[in-house]
Design a protein around this ligand. Structure first.
Ligand SMILES: [Zn+2]
Length: 259
């Protein structure tokens, strides 16, 4: 535990990646880049999902009446889909088998991984990412996919269409073969800056089908990925511990080791 004379907050580290937080040591801190969308009333939701509603549950004016010396507080109630805004899907979201892993049972290590972000930002609306496109993006930025990785895809969708009606109607996504290629390299999680990792046009969700078949996860509705596109970094996006949940909102963050 930190003593009063040591005000440094704990530093996230991973053996061999970040410096240890030792007394007297100079701690090298990663730069944190927020990859998450905000949760707010009226946030865009996937077709058919419930709207996000936020209401004030307690106000300072009300709660001050219950306490002394002017103490009061404010709280809110949030009513939203477990697949609202930036979120991760559990296996049980798409796998009806009795033992399919719910969000509270997926190893924490899957939400704190090394990661790469592929630049497929030139892709047109409502198209599919193929294996050659994934390979070209890896080659362009001299990246590879390693076992345990998260693979993020900058499709250019957030950059071009966030805040417009086209956000929900024009996104591209992975072909079955492209999802199999990425998970086949040992990746545990695929994320995209769009409402789904599957193209808006599909009615069979091939990338989600591959998640079910290969027992892997995906992260959707990421925000602006430009700051980490073409790089390797640490990706952290922990779900809430929702008992039996099929998914959860996450705070997705990239940790970048500064030069
Ligand atoms: Zn989802």
């Amino acid at each position: 535990m930190c003593s009063q004379s040591d005000p440094s907050p704990p530093v996230p580290f991973r053996r061999g990646v970040f410096s240890f937080h030792e007394k007297g040591a100079t701690v090298k801190r990663p730069r944190l880049i927020d990859l998450s969308q905000e949760i707010f009333e009226g946030a865009p939701v996937f077709s058919g999902h419930p709207e996000t509603k936020i209401r004030v549950a307690d106000t300072f004016e009300q709660t001050r009446l219950r306490y002394e010396e002017g103490y009061g507080y404010v709280t809110e109630t949030i009513d939203m889909s477990t697949h609202g805004t930036t979120h991760v899907d559990s296996i049980s979201h798409i796998d009806p088998s009795p033992g399919a892993s719910t969000i509270d049972r997926i190893p924490l290590e899957w939400f704190y991984t090394e990661a790469v972000c592929l630049d497929i930002s030139g892709s047109p609306a409502r198209t599919y990412f193929t294996v050659p496109m994934i390979e070209a993006a890896l080659l362009k930025d001299d990246l590879d996919i390693r076992p345990g990785d998260t693979v993020l895809i900058n499709s250019g969708h957030y950059e071009r269409r966030w805040g417009t009606p086209a956000w929900l109607t024009d996104y591209p996504g992975l072909t079955r073969e492209a999802a199999e290629f990425i998970f086949g390299k040992g990746a545990v999680n695929i994320g995209q800056d769009a409402p789904s990792i599957d193209c808006v046009l599909t009615r069979s969700f091939p990338a989600h089908q591959v998640c079910r078949e290969m027992q892997r996860i995906n992260t959707e509705n990421l925000a602006d990925l430009r700051p980490i596109t073409g790089r390797r970094f640490i990706f952290c996006a922990f779900p809430l511990k929702i008992r039996g949940g099929s998914g959860s909102p996450v705070r997705a963050v990239a940790f970048i080791e500064e030069e």
